[in-house]
Design a binder for this molecule. Structure first.
Ligand SMILES: Cc1cc2nc3c(=O)[nH]c(=O)nc-3n(C[C@H](O)[C@H](O)[C@H](O)COP(=O)(O)OP(=O)(O)OC[C@H]3O[C@@H](n4cnc5c(N)ncnc54)[C@H](O)[C@@H]3O)c2cc1C
Length: 471
């Protein structure tokens, strides 16, 4: 008897990849896309996998770049998005840039011509009917309001956000801990803490004044019209807006120095303190508390490196504020991206809390494989945490450390794939020829070791007996 179809809602980056992965193992799929009948605020065409802004999939370097590694993992997993991207690539140095129309046309044509794929044009304006027993919701950052409302009703409204409020995240090894110190305000341990849970960066009056002047003069990104009209500001004001409200506003807000004492300068009270909080269970990534911002990325790097202790900071993520519909996934989804409260519904793409075209497609790939395996009665083994797939899935379904206490705002925010999400690896000290690796080459050697481990583990995962074997 033929299998009942899996329904995928949303024919963007994630939904197109999910549908492809399902069909290629012999399971029928219905792909529901509301465009061109109904557009989002950013899409312009009726094509599947439309790129709404840049035409770049970012670095294609699989040896020393985490998104380049993700490209390679997807290629090895038979990704439609990567195959179409490779076929329509444009000259762009080390990046993979694509001809957006050729790319979208190719994805549309491949799916439309697949005998197991039915493309259904129309909005799903509420929860899917109960007879759809396996559904992947991949409706993206601009999910239509009717479906968002239905999902919010299912998850509880506070678990579905309509804006991200992204504070920068710093790689731990680039923080100068000879200047900073670890302490929670008033040494409070909190539910999961030790009393020394924050990394504190002290500022003198001069440091603070200089920082504030730079912040106020910095280049900001403007809001798109449809972003500006959404009332997201409560509880997540950008720091530059707080700075504009008065010279001491930040010192009484996220940079308040109270309840903290600097062991490097006993008896001296800092004028302001920037706090970083552990962001992932591995302890490799630290989040600048309250530093959500619309500053341009170059300006963020320049200005945040003025903070004592962060002079050499490398950022796993820079700050931002965007219209973005996404779930509190670590709480709501299981390890197979199923909604715990209603497991017939899986989620994929940016709505799960990843960020970027490639990451969204990668989560679509995993959701598609998991749903297909379930339909075929096979056990699905998630990718190892050492792979880019596993690192990203870990961020979404479990790696994030929640900090629900600050102003009531939940702390899970979307993230691009980056090496801070991978389990650490011992830094190689000698190269293949046995020569000692010099200081500045060590970072690249560490990344090469991470990517080599990832690809070896990926190949093992793809070859494992529980994988979904392509027909
Ligand atoms: C304005 C903007 C600019 C961005 N720029 C970039 C960038 O330059 N680079 C980058 O890497 N990432 C960018 N992103 C982030 C993100 O990676 C992309 O939005 C990406 O397309 C997300 O993939 P997705 O599959 O999750 O969602 P999408 O690609 O948006 O796909 C979702 C699909 O679902 C459809 N849909 C929505 N609701 C319904 C419904 N109820 N019924 C049926 N269909 C529905 C939509 O029409 C859409 O086709 C941007 C996001 C936005 C909003």
């Amino acid at each position: 008897m033929p299998h009942a179809p899996i329904h995928v809602i949303g024919g963007g980056l994630a939904g197109s990849e999910a549908a492809w992965q399902i069909a290629r193992v012999g399971v029928p799929v219905v792909l529901h896309e509301m465009r061109p009948h109904r557009q989002t605020e950013a899409h312009q065409t009726g094509g599947l996998a439309e790129l709404v802004c840049s035409n770049s999939f970012r670095s294609d370097d699989a040896a020393t770049n985490a998104v380049g590694l993700l490209h390679e993992e997807m290629r090895r997993s038979g990704s439609l998005i990567m195959a179409a991207g490779d076929r329509h690539k444009l000259p762009a140095g080390g990046a993979l840039a694509v001809d957006r129309d050729g790319f979208s046309d190719e994805v549309t044509q491949q799916l439309e011509s697949h005998p197991l794929v039915t493309l259904a044009r129309g909005e799903i304006a509420g929860l899917p009917p109960p007879e759809w027993d396996s559904v992947i919701v991949a409706t993206g950052p601009l999910t239509s309001p009717a479906l968002s409302a239905a999902i919010g009703g299912l998850t509880g409204e506070t678990e579905l956000a309509f804006f991200d409020a992204i504070a920068p995240i710093v790689h731990l090894e680039t923080i100068d801990e000879s200047i900073t110190w670890r302490q929670s305000r008033y040494d409070k341990p909190g539910p999961a803490g030790s009393g020394a849970d924050y990394i504190n960066c002290p500022m003198s009056r001069e440091d603070y004044e200089r920082f504030l002047d730079a912040l106020l003069a910095a280049d900001k990104t403007s809001f798109k019209q449809w972003e500006a009209s959404t009332p997201y500001f409560d509880g997540c004001l950008p720091i530059e807006v707080m700075g504009e409200r008065g010279r001491d506003t930040l010192r009484f807000g996220p940079m308040k120095p109270v309840g903290l004492s600097n062991p490097h300068r006993p008896g001296e009270r800092p004028h302001a303190v920037v706090q970083l909080r552990q962001d992932n269970a591995l302890g490799t990534l630290w989040n600048m508390v309250g530093f959500q911002t619309k500053l341009k990325h170059g300006e963020q790097v320049r200005i945040f490196r003025m903070i004592p202790g962060l002079e050499n900071a490398e950022f796993a993520r820079l700050g931002g504020l965007h219209r973005n519909t996404f779930l509190n996934s670590p709480r709501l989804l299981d390890g197979e991206l199923r909604l715990k409260a209603e497991p017939r519904l899986r989620f994929a793409g940016q709505i799960t809390g990843c960020e970027g075209y490639v990451e969204s497609a990668a989560i679509g790939l995993l959701a598609g494989r998991a749903a297909a395996a379930e339909r075929l009665g096979q056990a699905w083994v998630p990718p190892p945490p050492t792979t880019a797939f596993g690192a990203l899935l870990g961020h979404i379904t479990g790696g994030h450390i929640a900090a629900e206490s600050e102003g009531g705002a939940r702390s899970f925010q979307p993230m691009n794939v980056n090496f801070g999400l991978f389990p650490p690896i011992e830094e190689p000290v000698r190269d293949a020829a046995g020569n000692r690796i010099k200081g500045k080459e060590r970072g690249a050697a560490r990344k090469r070791a991470l990517t080599a481990r990832a690809l070896a583990d990926l190949d093992g995962w793809l070859a494992s007996p529980h994988r979904v074997a392509a027909e």
